[in-house]
Design a binder for this molecule. Structure first.
Ligand code: SAH
Length: 202
């Protein structure tokens, strides 16, 4: 598929802001050299170390649930290729900040290298176990988990602002995408569809 075709498909279901982020970020900068010719297929692609760059339509779906606004501070668990953090960087704009955590050293480095190609300055890729969250920069407006977890780690909910939104794929074999809104005294939880993500390592 050509990039224009993918953008047209995403345009049927997603906002101008989200489609615009996909337009501005070159996915070919985030895939393996040998996959550059299939960078715009609406598929997850292997990036080594058991990880994948997520499927564009799945990412778009999660970004929509996140309701990202300019200037937000966002935590991502699972930097992988860095692609999703690059999209979020565009959505939050120059005043926003993205912290993306990665447990595999080579992938944290891969993400940094790819983000540099896109000249993105407001994303920090950090080698860290994301199941702990990242208290140094907490609390966050939004948290996105891009690896499958059996349950949402408690630490992440603690590090979310009141009225903040967390989106995560939850489940063992197949995952539902769960959206949690943290209200003052309760959590509002909604789940959507079935998806498959690579597992969160613990
Ligand atoms: N968001 C990525 C896709 C990530 S795939 C992208 O846009 O390319 C899931 C990633 O989560 C993998 O890179 C995997 O190594 C990482 N991961 C798994 N468990 C983790 C943990 N506990 N902390 C941080 N990263 C983790």
């Amino acid at each position: 598929m050509k990039k224009e075709e993918l953008l047209r498909i995403l345009g049927n279901s997603y906002s101008k802001e989200i489609v615009d982020a996909f337009k501005r970020v070159k996915r070919e900068n985030f895939v393996l050299e040998e996959d550059k010719n299939i960078a715009y297929e609406d598929e997850a692609l292997a990036i080594g170390y058991g990880a994948t760059i997520s499927q564009p339509s799945t990412i778009a779906f999660m970004l929509k649930l996140l309701e990202i606004k300019k200037g937000m501070k966002i935590l991502e668990i699972g930097a992988g290729s860095g692609y999703n953090s690059a999209l979020m960087s565009r959505l939050v704009g120059g005043k926003g900040r993205i912290y993306t955590l990665e447990i595999v050293p080579e992938l944290a480095e891969f993400a940094r290298k790819n983000l540099k190609k896109e000249r993105i300055g407001n994303v920090k890729a950090i080698l860290w176990d994301g199941s702990l969250g990242y208290s140094e920069e907490a609390p966050y407006d939004r948290i996105i988990v891009t690896a499958a977890c059996a349950f949402v780690p408690e630490k992440l909910l603690e590090q979310l602002k009141t009225n903040g939104i967390l989106v995560a794929p939850v489940g063992e074999y197949e995952q539902e995408i769960v959206k949690i809104v943290k209200r003052k005294n309760r959590l509002e939880r909604e789940s959507f569809g079935y998806f498959r993500f690579v597992p969160l390592r613990t």
